[in-house]
Design a protein around this ligand. Structure first.
Ligand SMILES: NC(=O)c1ccc[n+]([C@@H]2O[C@H](COP(=O)([O-])OP(=O)(O)OC[C@H]3O[C@@H](n4cnc5c(N)ncnc54)[C@H](OP(=O)(O)O)[C@@H]3O)[C@@H](O)[C@H]2O)c1
Length: 259
């Protein structure tokens, strides 16, 4: 089936970071199906090249750009390339992220800290600001946060802090850019079936506790559907919020004293 030329995202130009697999790849697919041109950024060239080819067959423009989000020059070059190839931008999805190996706060070293903060927080700030310059009359930025934005977990200090700050980044940018027609929104996934979450799922299973009140792990396409709605004109009056998509996880967060 080809892209929907009359779809809600027809004619939009989008950049999705971390598009080589998992949630980012699902978002890129959904955007293309709904008619958007999509730039795919990640370090794994094989995966983004293959996805670009797949999406190109839908009849949209799909561009694979190798980029390391922890490298400032790479981020600059990414935005220059997207601006050059697309002649502007309507949608940015700050999705690339890392969940560092769990260890207590005092066991984190600078490399752990810098990797999580750089990829999960600093790159989204920088890319959002450069994207705004490409957005002309308006656009939408989506930040992929986490339920980890809202409650602490032992061993995840850098991840918790980076994702919590991302919620505030979303609010500040939304406030500053509302009058310019640029909306900034977030999503806060709970447990979604991807490579990233496997260590947490193994830990949850070992403890024999349900993963969330719905007792199921979410699918990447469920997050993609939410993001596709948030970037569409149907969500034109929504800005500054981060929407949980978590099977009810946040309803019970913190209900295990001593965890
Ligand atoms: N899965 C979940 O349950 C869950 C829950 C809450 C939030 N999230 C958030 O959702 C986002 C996507 O997660 P996911 O589960 O889809 O993870 P994933 O399957 O591990 O995918 C991560 C993506 O980020 C890219 N990436 C990692 N390091 C990068 C770097 N230095 N430069 C550029 N790209 C980089 C990876 O591509 P390369 O390795 O090819 O570079 C990959 O495309 C993350 O921000 C994560 O924190 C996920």
């Amino acid at each position: 089936m080809g892209a929907d030329e009359t779809g809600p995202l027809a004619g939009k130009r989008a950049l999705v970071t971390g598009a080589s697999r998992g949630i980012g790849a699902a978002i890129a697919r959904r955007f293309a199906e709904q008619g958007a041109d999509v730039a795919l950024a990640a370090r794994s060239t094989g995966a983004i090249d293959a996805l670009a080819e797949e999406l190109g067959e839908l009849g949209v423009r799909a561009l694979a750009v190798r980029a390391d989000m922890t490298d400032r020059e790479s981020l600059r070059a990414l935005m220059e390339r997207v601006g050059h190839e697309f002649g502007g931008l309507d949608i940015l999805v700050n999705n690339a992220g890392v969940l560092p190996q769990a260890k207590l706060a005092e066991e984190h070293d600078w490399a752990d800290w810098d990797a999580a903060i750089g990829l999960n927080l600093s790159a989204p700030w920088y890319l959002a600001c450069r994207a705004k310059e490409l957005m002309g009359d308006g656009g939408v930025v989506v930040n992929n946060a986490s339920t980890a934005s809202y409650y602490p977990s032992r061993g995840l200090v850098a991840y918790n802090v980076s994702k919590s700050a991302m919620v505030m980044l979303t609010r500040v940018l939304a406030l500053e850019w509302a009058r310019d027609g640029v909306r900034v929104v977030g999503v806060a996934p709970g447990k979604i079936e991807t490579d990233l979450v496997q260590p947490i799922l193994r830990w949850t299973e070992k403890r024999g506790v349900p993963v969330n009140p719905m007792r199921r792990v979410g699918a990447d396409h469920e997050v993609a559907d939410l993001v596709a709605f948030l970037v569409s004109d149907r969500a034109a009056y929504i800005t500054g919020v981060t929407v949980p998509i978590d099977g009810g996880e946040l309803l019970t967060a913190g209900s295990e004293p001593g965890r």
